[in-house]
Design a protein around this ligand. Structure first.
Ligand code: NAD
Length: 374
């Protein structure tokens, strides 16, 4: 069986689906690995490193299984052979045109974001591995942009109080942002609508921000948050606006799968912040948690610095690719038996992650998003 790795073409995408170390392990397991020339460049892995690991240089779309990071462009879909298998982030709930094109092309596709988040599949969880990178980087951006120290300092020139940081949304990215901001010495509070995370927040040395929202818990299927009602959201925004005014930095990571990011930080909340404060809005990709965020830009509004970085994981491509490659390796482990491709659609992970097959969209969420009726 041949696994191939194309060079990513999406703007700003510097990650690669397999790093040389993992390519080498697949070769040792008896697979052939073909890597497009320059595929690892953005992540600082030269072609020679892949060759040393036993991979061949060649067409990145030629494999029985093609492994990618970003969703394929229309051109790239055209390069996939009918009947081939594609593995990558495919945005099945939002990129309906891509999903339809994959089905039409007869590609069996698997979305990394659709892998069920069950214990057995933890090693394949690329949403988590990449969110870890984003959360870490978000805290660094906040520290970098803030015209103040994060840690408390006692110096001959006086004492500096530590920065107050609020993290909104304490999923994987939020928890990593909390941990990183804490390591830099900030005093951190965090808020999430899932009450289950309170303990996790506290175990990182942060305080759970209690908002009197009259909300029991908003955990839904799969451990994700449910979307709040309009009234709940309005109440949350009002309560948050006051708390945000006391912060030096806000790192927002709140998301609900397949939907626009919830709006948590209003213009009024930004006005309440002291001049020079910072907001890093990790939800910029899905519309932003802050009303004033401009996705992909860092802007200054009301003398508050508002960063809306996109695809933050790609800004740390070496480790982001290493973690992603291990997620892919682990998934491939489920797809291969005795060196041959063997897809067991009875397996919950294989079935759950499969988006298109036999010319059809087979994933429920992707079907709904594409308007396919039974
Ligand atoms: P996500 O990126 O979908 O959302 C980020 C966070 O935003 C979540 O914690 C969510 O509760 C929160 N949020 C949503 N609406 C909000 C609002 N209005 N206000 C404040 N916060 C809001 O989440 P994620 O990081 O992908 O993780 C989702 C869940 O999956 C978590 O429970 C996590 O522990 C779980 N998970 C399980 C596994 C596993 O078992 N294999 C692995 C990773 C994550």
């Amino acid at each position: 069986m041949n696994v191939s790795v194309p060079k990513e073409t999406a703007a700003g995408e510097r990650r690669v689906a397999l790093v040389p170390e993992v390519a080498g392990r697949l070769v040792q397991d008896g697979l052939e690995v073909t890597v497009e020339s320059g595929a690892g460049e953005g992540a600082h892995h030269p072609d020679a490193a892949y060759e040393e690991a036993g991979a061949r240089s060649g067409d990145g779309f030629s494999g029985d299984v093609v492994v990618k990071v970003a969703p394929p462009s229309a051109d790239e879909i055209g390069r996939l052979a009918e009947g081939s298998v594609l593995v990558g982030f495919l945005q099945p709930l939002t990129a309906s045109e891509t999903i339809r094109a994959l089905a039409d092309r007869g590609v069996t596709s698997f979305a990394m974001e659709a892998i069920p988040r069950i214990t057995r599949a933890q090693s394949m969880d690329a949403l988590s591995s990449q969110a870890t990178v984003s959360g870490y980087r978000a805290a660094l951006i906040a520290a970098q942009e803030l015209p103040r120290f994060f840690p408390m300092l006692t110096t001959a020139a006086g004492t500096v109080r530590p920065a107050k940081v609020l993290v909104l949304g304490a999923g994987v990215a939020g928890l990593q942002a909390i941990a990183t901001a804490r390591r830099l010495g900030a005093v951190v509070q965090a808020f999430d609508v899932r009450s289950a995370v309170k303990e996790q927040i506290e175990s990182l040395g942060a305080r759970f921000l209690e908002l009197d929202m009259g909300l029991e818990d908003a955990e839904a299927a799969g451990g994700y948050a449910r979307a709040l009602t309009d009234e709940e959201q309005q109440r949350q925004r009002e309560l948050l606006a006051e708390e945000i005014g006391k912060m030096d930095a806000v790192i927002s990571t709140a998301a609900v799968p397949g939907r626009r990011a919830p709006l948590l930080v209003t213009e009024q909340a930004v006005k309440n912040m002291s001049p020079g404060s910072v907001i890093v809005d990790l939800a910029a990709e899905t519309g932003g948690n802050c009303e004033l965020t401009e996705p992909g830009e860092t802007v200054v509004k009301e003398d508050v610095i508002i960063a809306g970085p996109l695809n933050l994981a790609a800004s740390m491509p070496d480790h982001a690719s290493s973690l992603y490659a291990r997620n892919v390796q682990s998934l491939l482990g489920l797809m291969v038996a005795d060196g041959e491709l063997s897809l067991d659609f009875e397996d919950e992970v294989i079935a759950g992650a499969c988006i298109t097959r036999d010319g059809q969209i087979v994933h429920e969420g992707a079907k709904q998003a594409a308007g396919v009726t039974a």
